[in-house]
Ligand binder design. Structure first.
Ligand code: N01
Length: 532
């Protein structure tokens, strides 16, 4: 296609839930917009992550858009936790309902984005060399979209099939009769292992660090329950927005240390029976006081010992780190899978697997012959997808250079030195510590209002001020230090990617405090940004 000579008002990179709503919002305000998406369809995370058992760990009635009352009334979820195909159907429904596709170019990976100072616009170049320009460039590239392939020696020598959970083949994979090795025991592994085990001849699970998982107790959604929520959807959404993770569930503010042993166990059992992420809300000090955390961790270890028959396997599966430090996993039958005769756990004791060999995997000096390897090794989170694009700001400064020591943003929305560039749920925003959908909507609405304000004022340039950015980065670090969450080797701190700077990337101060800050910045003529 020929170069686009008249700049768009905005180019959006990515057509997941963030990019789709950003397009809808800006187009509704009369801006010219073009979205570029590497995949062949909408849905982002839910387009790529098609591994067996992939489903959302946030309840369906909350993991959905709220910007359109008609949309949230008409869509019917079938399960408490939606499976990936249903969420992808929902994304496609939204694209059709709001006629989004006509402004989205699929199968197009953005290669670079460079700010042209003289023209005050972004020049965005695709993998095929096509270029477009736009006054604003909005990165809707997702927090967990850049697959992390470990650099295991010999990885290219393997003679069987390899898969990454975050890049699963659309046609599915048949493991019947196969010997399969799964590397990793994070959320993706914990969801897929029980289903792969049912199909495979033998499954070897290579575990570097054991993880906590709480049962999902997934079930069909009762139509009456769904109708009751829809009768006051606004009420549920408002309650959710008043909580730290932007989720409507019951937080027990009591200290785990202030109640009797009997009451503590009752609370733990009740949360285990309820299932899922609300386990984190069992006591108010779970993520603040190591002693409270130890009690919850021991409760879960007790459950693992109850479920897993072989005491040695149960011991190997039992995590010893802070519960909730890595993102809590939500499972269906994970622990019981290790009672199957066709499943073997190989604990590599905190070390990466040694090597991939033509016939399989070598770990702890032993070779395991497999026909297929599943890399459930996660993502280069929060910064990976942004840094894969060659982004050059004012004065030719590259984002890779600016973020060499650590990602720095103002509110996770703007970056000093990168005028008219916005990031949706960027590092420094609550993003992955919250329900992503309301966080995305809040960012999209803030960015759209900002661009509208600029146009209204006859202005066309906005840039985060360096001092405002510095002080926000300092605040993000300070509050992270109050939580036990910042203490372990998780993807929140970039620990899963060798060489990545170790810094707690999301803002842990909670959804309400963050929204208040963003609103105040906007109300004070975008305080902390330089506009012109
Ligand atoms: O990835 P992870 P994930 N040798 O980074 C191991 C979201 N999500 O895709 O812990 C051996 O959590 C690594 O070991 P260690 C959710 O937010 C949501 O599972 O680093 N092992 C770890 O066990 C989640 O948190 C849902 O020691 C290696 C695993 O691979 C996030 O995505 C579902 C290794 C990676 O776990 C990421 O989850 C799925 C190596 N060289 C995901 N390198 C929902 O339910 C890595 N590992 C919505």
């Amino acid at each position: 296609m020929a170069d686009h000579t008249r700049p768009f008002d905005a180019v959006i990179v990515g057509a997941g839930f963030a990019g789709m709503y950003m397009l809808y919002r800006l187009r509704g305000m009369g801006f010219s917009v073009r979205v570029f998406e590497a995949g062949s369809g909408v849905g982002g995370t839910w387009y790529w992550n098609r591994y067996p058992g992939a489903r959302c760990d946030v309840e369906s009635m909350q993991y959905s858009y709220q910007f359109s009352e008609e949309l949230q009334q008409e869509w019917v979820w079938s399960e408490r936790y939606s499976p990936q195909p249903e969420i992808l159907r929902y994304a496609n429904h939204v694209a059709d309902r709001f006629d989004l596709r006509r402004d989205i170019r699929f199968d197009t990976r953005v290669h670079s984005a460079a700010f042209d100072e003289a023209a005050n616009c972004w020049v965005v170049e695709m993998g095929d060399g096509e270029r477009v320009s736009a006054t604003h460039c909005i990165m809707a590239t997702g927090c967990l979209s850049s697959a992390n392939m470990p650099r295991i020696p010999g990885i290219d020598s393997f003679e069987g099939a390899t898969y990454h959970t975050g890049r699963w083949p659309h046609e599915g994979v048949d493991f019947s009769g196969k010997r399969v090795g799964v590397i990793g025991t994070g959320s993706s592994a914990i969801q897929s292992i029980p289903l792969i085990a049912e199909e495979a001849a033998h499954l070897y699970v290579f575990q570097r660090t054991p993880n906590y998982a709480i049962p999902a107790h997934n079930q069909k959604l009762d139509p009456e329950y769904q109708a009751a929520i829809k009768a006051d959807y606004a009420g549920l959404r408002a309650r959710a927005k008043a909580t730290i993770p932007g989720l409507d569930f019951n937080f027990n503010m009591a200290s785990a240390l202030s109640v009797s042993e009997e009451e503590r166990q009752r609370e733990f059992e009740a949360r285990w029976a309820y299932g899922g992420l609300p386990f984190i809300g069992v006591f108010g000090d779970l993520l603040l006081d190591q002693r409270a955390n130890d009690l919850a961790a021991e409760f879960v270890r007790g459950k693992i010992r109850d479920i897993v028959h072989d005491p040695d396997t149960a011991e190997m599966l039992s995590p010893t780190n802070v519960i909730g430090c890595k993102r809590l996993c939500v499972d269906t039958g994970y622990w019981a899978t290790f009672n199957r005769p066709n499943v073997t756990l190989i604990d590599v004791g905190g070390e990466p697997v040694e090597a991939i060999i033509p016939a399989g995997i070598r770990a702890k000096g032993q070779e395991y012959a497999v026909d297929a390897i599943v890399f459930a090794t996660g993502f280069d989170a929060m910064t990976g997808a942004l840094l894969k694009i060659d982004i050059t700001g004012a004065g030719g400064r590259r984002l890779t250079d600016k973020w060499r020591e650590a990602p720095k943003t103002y509110l996770g929305l703007g970056i000093a030195g990168f005028p008219n560039l916005f990031t949706i749920t960027g590092p420094g925003s609550p993003s992955v510590l919250t329900n992503m959908l309301p966080s995305i909507e809040q960012h999209v609405e803030w960015i759209a209002d900002c661009i509208f304000y600029l146009r209204d004022q006859g202005l066309n340039r906005i840039e985060a001020a360096a001092e405002a950015e510095e002080s926000w980065v300092a605040h993000v670090r300070e509050v992270a230090g109050f939580s036990l969450r910042s203490t372990c080797s998780s993807w929140y701190v970039g620990a899963n990617v060798p060489g990545k700077p170790r810094v707690f990337m999301p803002y842990i101060g909670g959804f309400p405090a963050y929204v208040q800050k963003c609103d105040a910045v906007a109300a004070n003529r975008y305080e902390g940004f330089t506009i012109g």
